[in-house]
Design a protein around this ligand. Structure first.
Ligand code: ADP
Length: 482
């Protein structure tokens, strides 16, 4: 099949969160299966490519305004990547917005990118079997394709919802500026409480909708669709496919950034050495018998920082140390720094996005904290398990599908999870985990190591999920043809 991804992120060129991981690693797996995959991305300022080949300059009419843009091409691991350069929209420091909030013209930036991506396909003469779009930023591709690209009528559109909390909702007066006729401003289409909802438009105009875990597929149609539950229920084709991770890229046995490499046989010694190393790096001079829990995520409300903030002082008093690595909202940056101040010597943090540091932390951590309020899939907990860091998670979405609670199933347990989204439940779970952790230091009881072994030997590769995507693509194509 000829598949084209249109997305706002793709690791390693540009990654803000899990979307970047998924776009790259799914594309790579599809290529391995023999499919042809191309990816269209905005050419952001932070993408530093010296080998990108200039393909073409184009002009596009969006809502009566003419915009010039350049198309570049590069090839990464047999994937053709097309980059769209438009100075006004993409030559900026950040991808979506500053720590103060999203860019005000995001409605125009991503409408432009969606239309320009379809123009790019025409320009390079590709008629894919499947256009696979991701989240609200590229949802309008499905709408523009139906409106203006009749020669793509046999191309099926698959929309993956990675984070339904973000829908691209804007005042209805933007419609003329983004070149969408008022006829589509109705409850069966882009209208949403008298505003324009890009994701809703994408749902209505795509052939198949997927989200990133089975549990979350149910959640978005029942209680966690952020207002789109009904629209999704009406759509017959909504599937949940768990994300995988690139197990070559995330491998503690070969990761060059670790103090010491290790695998499922040598993790006891290997993880201890990495722990000592990262604690030193972050200036934590406490006994290494204390468990080290790390948090690596975007600093936003979704990631459970409100619960952590309330639980952390007690957690430190029962024997935990913590390291935070994250960037994001100023508000939550402040909360993290406050937790450090209150627990000097036991809690450390870096407010930044740093891939190398994240790897060192996954390797050095005993536990990985991810008490997200909601989590469509979550990549962090899978990487953590691959590196033998035991996840402590809120049982929601993909976290529910990937972490087996130790006390529910001691034989197969891979972590600890809690059901009520309260700081008390988090604290109670940290206390449960602490009791099991303490067995690490007993000669005759190796419960903790069994847990780490279970986690480190889980298969989170794309092997199964990529097959499911291929089935979905075939289904989408069938729907489109009939
Ligand atoms: P989301 O997509 O909601 O941000 P995921 O758990 O799906 O959350 O994916 C997060 C990805 O981003 C993981 O690969 C994680 O390691 C990485 N990440 C998040 N914050 C940072 C950071 N500050 N530094 C390095 N990597 C980070």
């Amino acid at each position: 099949m000829n598949i084209c991804f249109i997305a706002s992120e793709c690791d390693p060129l540009i990654k803000v969160g899990g979307l970047g991981d998924v776009v790259k690693s799914l594309a790579k797996e599809l290529v391995t299966l023999g499919h042809h995959v191309s990816i269209i991305l905005p050419f952001y300022k932070s993408i530093k490519l010296t080998n990108a080949e200039f393909i073409n300059q184009k002009t596009l009419n969006l809502g009566g305004v003419y915009y010039n843009f350049n198309i570049y091409k590069t090839v990464v691991e047999n994937i053709d990547i097309f980059l769209i350069y438009q100075q006004n929209f993409f030559d900026r420091e950040y991808v979506y917005g500053t720590p103060k909030g999203p860019y005000e013209d995001n409605y125009l930036r991503f409408a432009f990118f969606s239309l320009a991506s379809l123009e790019t396909l025409s320009s390079v003469c590709i008629i894919p079997d499947i256009i696979h779009i991701h989240d609200w930023h590229t949802a309008l591709v499905a709408v523009y394709k139906d409106l203006y690209f009749k020669h793509l009528s046999e191309t099926a559109t698959v929309l993956t919802i990675h984070n339904i909390a973000f829908q691209g909702i804007f005042p209805n007066h933007v419609l003329p500026q983004i070149g969408i006729p008022w006829e589509l401003f109705n409850p069966e289409d882009l209208e949403f409480y008298n505003q324009v909802n890009y994701l809703k438009g994408g749902i209505v105009h795509s052939d198949v909708i997927t989200t990133v875990s089975k549990t979350h597929a149910k959640e978005i149609q029942t209680n966690m669709g952020f207002g789109l539950e009904g629209v999704l229920r009406e759509k017959r084709y909504v599937f949940g496919i768990l994300n995988g991770i690139d197990t070559d890229l995330w491998n503690p046995a070969t990761d060059k950034n670790l103090y010491q490499n290790y695998d499922q046989e040598s993790f006891k010694e290997g993880k201890e050495k990495n722990k000592v190393y990262v604690k030193e790096l972050f200036g934590l001079e406490t006994s290494h018998k204390r468990p080290l829990a790390v948090f690596i995520a975007r600093l936003t409300k979704q990631k459970g920082l409100d619960l952590i903030e309330k639980a952390i002082d007690d957690a430190v008093s029962i024997g935990y140390d913590f390291i935070f690595l994250g960037s994001g909202d100023y508000f939550y940056q402040g909360k993290v720094l406050d937790m450090v101040k209150r627990n000097m010597g036991h809690v450390a943090a870096r407010i930044e996005y740093n891939d190398v540091l994240s790897r060192k932390l996954y390797a050095g951590a005993d536990m990985f904290l991810m008490p997200s309020e909601y989590e469509p899939c979550g990549i962090g907990q899978m990487i953590a398990m691959r590196y033998g860091a035991i996840p402590i998670v809120h049982k929601t979405g993909g976290l529910a599908d990937t972490v087996i609670d130790y006390h529910q199933d001691k034989e197969h347990g891979t972590g600890f999870s809690f059901e009520d989204y309260t700081y008390k439940d988090l604290l109670y779970t940290l206390a449960r985990a602490m009791i099991v952790y303490q067995t690490k230091n007993c000669e005759d009881n190796k419960e903790w190591y069994k847990l780490v072994f279970n986690a480190i030997t889980q298969d989170f590769s794309w092997r199964k999920s990529v097959q499911e995507y291929v089935k979905i693509y075939k289904t989408a194509k069938l729907i489109r043809m009939h």
